[in-house]
Write a protein that binds this ligand. Structure first.
Ligand SMILES: [Zn+2]
Length: 618
């Protein structure tokens, strides 16, 4: 750094206040987190008469206005001598304090914390976890301020966060600005730690809760994922250390990405079996399964985000506005392409087989094709409207929305194969991601939808305008076969789940669930016989052809029917009894599989090997 820069830096530092937070949890069983926020200014700094404290309304990575301010209570403000300062709320998330020009003042408040998820806060007698965006206020106009966070942890609990420690101060951490502060969740408990290094950089898995996992295996496999992703992105480790915070609870699930950490939830006993039983869960009648591979896939997804979304940033995603929606058309890239890589990385790390990779992708294809909403909404529209659609789903969502994770992952696969085909194997999606990393992140630029398409065209060596118009901005049906042909593969829909020849079966077109003694309609698919002939979500089915029924009985009797047969369903809709006459439709009970074509060329075999083969790293 030159002298000039150092001076400029000093000036900048002096123009922003120093902000110091102390978080304590004197009575964990009451679920209260106590926050003290101290704001100090130097003698040369301008001091305003009034200041505004704001609580974020959402947290990056989870695109819903959550109004974290609703958990705030017992707010006070005082000057350095402890004298109360006047304050008033001016809207739901902002507190205006009359500081009267005080250079040193503080606010204190408490936050109710009784919801464990990767984006919220929980403190109880077992542990504390919080997301700083859901706990700490910022001083309006000073999101660029550095801050410190001091945690008063009850003995013998430890503190884990991705923030660097402040030298010489126990349980005190520092953040260069509020985007970094809000990006760093905190776990306080008697957690277990698994550690490893990659390229000399320390990584740790901090585990709170019990489960049926094998710690050594988890340590080794997570390390493989980290190594594979670092290589994929060019070999540079862009952080000083990395922390995985893992909560194991019977009902836990999900992950949230950060610059040098991630918060993960997984079912305590979801680590066995090792792998799925091979049944395509998108096939009719199948249900999803928790497995060790599912856990690894979650790790691979969240870890890949440290590049894709946290550093390779879509237009509107960082720096953030914490008070309202931040709109982007690129979540299909941020989430979908990350999901594609989660599977590809497991394959490259040798943690799943080629067949497992292909069958996982076939499942996603089938999920999409079972979603009527794919013809109603594009992935760009799905990304843009996530705040009011994807994060607020209802019974109509399957008919009006497309999942940008699933369709984005398919686009990742198809674009990867397209670039490999057009460049005759010289380039791949990896080159696109590395290009975005060096050409945008390294130059401190966010990328736009146009930049993303251009990056692909650069690697493919030709225009992809038609592809993006049809499948990204548009809602055209995918041509899976011609895309898969690049690697000598095709989509097969001729076999049923058990391997027998697929045949047309009677089809109602509704998802049903047995809840106690009630058989309820959970979802009705647009265009299906149930939808067209009047069955509604929420209906309770009492009888089939005048015989009392539950789900097992209904499934068994419908399996005996043929397409075109008539049945009666007696239902309660709200409190009213009625009977519907329904003509069943037909649907082939095929399970999607990706299989080799009969005669693949040398070139296709080469592309396949580079993509998925044991030595494939391109
Ligand atoms: Zn994600």
């Amino acid at each position: 750094m030159t002298t000039f820069c150092a001076e400029a830096q000093n000036e900048k530092q002096q123009s922003v206040p120093e902000i110091a937070f102390t978080v304590s949890l004197p009575k964990p069983h009451t679920h209260m987190l106590d926050v003290e926020m101290r704001v100090t200014r130097g003698v040369s700094q301008q001091v305003p008469k009034e200041e505004l404290l704001v609580m974020p309304a959402w947290t990056p990575g989870s695109y819903l206005i959550r109004e974290f301010e609703r958990h705030v209570q017992d707010f006070t403000a005082t000057d350095a001598s402890g004298q109360p300062l006047k304050w008033e709320k001016i809207n739901k998330d902002s507190w205006r304090i009359t500081t009267n020009g005080s250079r040193d003042w503080r606010a204190a408040y408490r936050v109710y914390a009784n919801e464990l998820s990767v984006r919220t806060n929980e403190v109880n007698s077992e542990h504390a976890f919080w997301n700083n965006a859901a706990l700490l206020m910022y001083l309006e106009g000073f999101l660029s301020s550095p801050s410190t966070l001091h945690v008063l942890a009850p003995q013998p609990w430890k503190v884990a966060t991705g923030l660097p420690s402040a030298p010489g101060q126990k349980n005190t951490f520092r953040a260069d600005n509020f985007d970094i502060l809000y990006d760093s969740p905190v776990e306080v408990s008697n957690f277990k730690t698994l550690s490893f290094e990659v390229k000399g950089v320390p990584h740790r898995i901090v585990i709170d809760g019990e489960g049926n996992y094998d710690p050594e295996k988890m340590r080794v496999d997570v390390k493989k994922i980290v190594e594979t992703e670092v290589e994929l992105m060019g070999g540079e480790v862009p952080y000083h250390d990395y922390t995985f915070i893992l909560h194991l609870r019977s009902n836990a699930g999900g992950g949230l990405e950060h610059l040098n950490s991630t918060a993960l939830g997984y079912p305590s006993f979801g680590f066995k079996p090792e792998r799925s039983d091979g049944v395509n869960s998108a096939a009719p009648g199948a249900s999803p399964q928790r497995t060790y591979q599912g856990f690894l896939s979650l790790v691979a997804h969240e870890f890949f985000h440290l590049w894709n979304v946290k550093r390779i940033r879509p237009d509107a995603l960082g720096p953030f506005d914490y008070t309202e929606e931040n709109y982007t058309r690129l979540l299909w890239v941020a989430e979908g392409i990350t999901d594609y890589y989660a599977r590809l990385v497991l394959r490259r790390a040798g943690l799943i087989s080629e067949n497992e990779f292909l069958s996982e992708n076939a499942k996603v294809f089938q999920n999409l094709q079972n979603t009527p909403g794919r013809l109603v909404m594009s992935v760009e529209e799905a990304s843009f409207d996530t705040w009011i659609k994807y994060y607020r789903q209802d019974e109509n969502s399957v008919n009006s929305q497309v999942d940008y994770y699933d369709k984005g992952a398919i686009l990742g696969l198809l674009l990867d194969l397209e670039v490999r085909r057009q460049s005759r194997g010289a380039k791949s999606l990896d080159d696109v991601m590395r290009y975005l990393y060096t050409g945008f992140y390294k130059k401190n630029r966010n990328y736009t939808p146009h930049d993303f398409q251009q990056a692909f065209e650069l690697m493919a060596g030709s225009s992809l305008e038609q592809f993006f118009a049809n499948y990204v901005r548009g809602r055209e049906e995918f041509d899976y076969d011609s895309a898969l042909a690049a690697a000598g593969l095709r989509l097969d829909k001729t076999a049923a789940t058990d391997g027998s020849k697929a045949v047309e079966k009677a089809y109602l077109g509704a998802d049903l669930a047995q809840e106690g003694d009630r058989l309820l309609v959970k979802k009705v698919y647009a265009g299906a016989p149930a939808y067209e002939q009047g069955l509604n979500t929420g209906d309770q089915i009492i009888a089939l052809n005048n015989t009392r029924t539950n789900k097992d009985f209904l499934d068994a009797r419908l399996a005996e029917k043929r397409p075109g047969d008539l049945v009666t369903l007696t239902i309660f809709r709200s409190d009213n009894l009625s009977t519907l006459l329904i003509k069943l439709g037909g649907r082939v009970n095929a399970v999607y599989r990706i299989v080799p074509v009969d005669n693949s060329t040398k070139e296709e075999k080469r592309i396949y090997q580079a993509w998925l083969g044991a030595s494939g790293t391109k």
